[in-house]
Design a protein around this ligand. Structure first.
Ligand code: ZN
Length: 397
């Protein structure tokens, strides 16, 4: 069950029923003078209940614009703590929030922006156990998460409860936005019946993301959410909007509801929430490593051996742009080039391979061992662990 922080209390004006106070009329005047919104639309916004999953890159513009627009009740779900790497794009947070639970920092910011609305802050990990219970009180669910298990979970819970799911995803310079779970429209499983193989699709933590991209995609999600509440315009149903920031282009793909869809099709086989981590497999950085039995050396042991003057060859299998951020003075051969450049290495020497976290270099060690290298080790935990355990002047990224 969710831990609910704060006590959501409906503002007095809401308890009195569907009216706007003098202050609210002033606050929302730019809405009220638009015929498509007007008093009727603003009251719809005031009575609307929207649940935002995640308060990260997408959740930031979403939360801010929904709160500013006067959506009467906004739920936010997150279990993370603000860290320094968030600040490049998660504009809900300021530098002084680093170390605070995201949910608290986000709730403070949104309440500061609009004290007339109700913010329900759920400091919890969304799971199959709590999703239906959390979703049932809201009209619209907005998915601002960045991992496959949660996407399938949000999708299935929305379909089971008959609620629209305003979907967005981001990677590097590219974004995707659509509305799933709308009556007659497709769902996430109609588009992606099966999750990608674990590790195939890198996350933003692995591949990076342009800081403004979640701002653009999250803002489009906010616009779609407001349109659904107002019942105006053409919702992004059955259409996958693709955004390419490098080319500055929008494209649209037609999406069709799949009659064989296991959750929203004519004969659904998914009739309750399942174990989504198992369904998707463990992927990305959560996976310790895909290869096993790799000989390892700890950063402390490597430091001790280097200090003793042992002749160790340091092999860095990261990308050149990562080498520029920080390096241990090793020889750089990116993992992708290793098969054709292995001849650069001397198999009679002791080699220690490293990358950022130890995952890519484990693959490199596995490959080189199969190629006949015997005296080779993986630096456990990579350059991140080196920074933690040996030399804190090496920046982490
Ligand atoms: Zn479906």
């Amino acid at each position: 069950m969710a831990t609910k922080t704060g006590v959501p209390v409906a503002p007095a004006s809401m308890q009195r029923g569907a009216t706007l106070s003098k202050e609210e009329i002033l606050r929302y005047s730019r809405h009220l003078i638009m015929p498509e919104v007007g008093m009727e639309g603003q009251l719809k916004l005031k009575q609307a209940k929207v649940l935002c999953i995640g308060t990260g890159g997408l959740g930031a513009p979403l939360g801010l614009y929904l709160a500013a627009a006067g959506v009467g009740r906004i739920g936010i779900v997150d279990f993370d703590v603000v860290d320094n790497t968030n600040l490049q794009r998660q504009v809900l947070f300021s530098t002084t929030d680093v170390g605070r639970p995201k949910i608290q920092a986000a709730a403070d910011r949104l309440r500061g922006l609009n004290p007339d609305i109700q913010i329900d802050a759920y400091e919890t990990n969304l799971s199959s156990e709590n999703a239906l219970d959390l979703f049932k009180d809201y009209d619209i669910i907005v998915d601002g998460t960045d991992n496959f298990p949660t996407r399938y979970l949000v999708n299935d819970a929305c379909i089971l409860l008959g609620k629209p799911n305003v979907y967005g995803s981001i990677f590097r310079f590219d974004g995707q936005i659509t509305v799933f779970g709308y009556p007659g429209g497709p769902c996430y499983r109609c588009l992606y019946p099966e999750p990608p193989p674990p590790g195939l699709v890198p996350s933003c933590a692995e591949g990076g993301v342009l800081g403004v991209l979640p701002g653009i995609v999250g803002t489009i999600q906010a616009a779609e959410t407001l349109k659904l509440i107002l019942g105006k315009g053409e919702p992004l149903v059955g259409r996958l909007l693709l955004f390419d920031a490098l080319g500055m282009k929008f494209r649209e793909l037609k999406l069709r509801k799949n009659p064989e869809c296991p959750v929203c099709g004519e004969h659904p086989t998914v009739t309750k929430l399942i174990d989504y981590v198992q369904f998707c497999g463990i992927r990305g950085e959560e996976a310790p490593t895909t290869v096993t039995n790799i000989p390892e050396i700890t950063p402390r042991d490597l430091k001790a051996r280097l200090d003793r003057g042992d002749d160790l060859y340091i092999l860095d299998v990261r990308e050149p742009h990562e080498y520029q951020i920080c390096n241990l003075g090793g020889h750089l051969i990116p993992l992708g080039e290793l098969s054709r450049r292995a001849a650069e290495l001397d198999s009679s020497k002791e080699i220690v391979a490293h990358c950022r976290s130890g995952k890519r270099s484990a693959e490199a060690v596995d490959f080189l061992r199969k190629a006949g290298f015997k005296k080779i080790w993986n630096l456990k935990g990579g350059i991140l662990a080196w920074s933690d355990e040996v030399d804190s002047s090496v920046p982490k990224y």
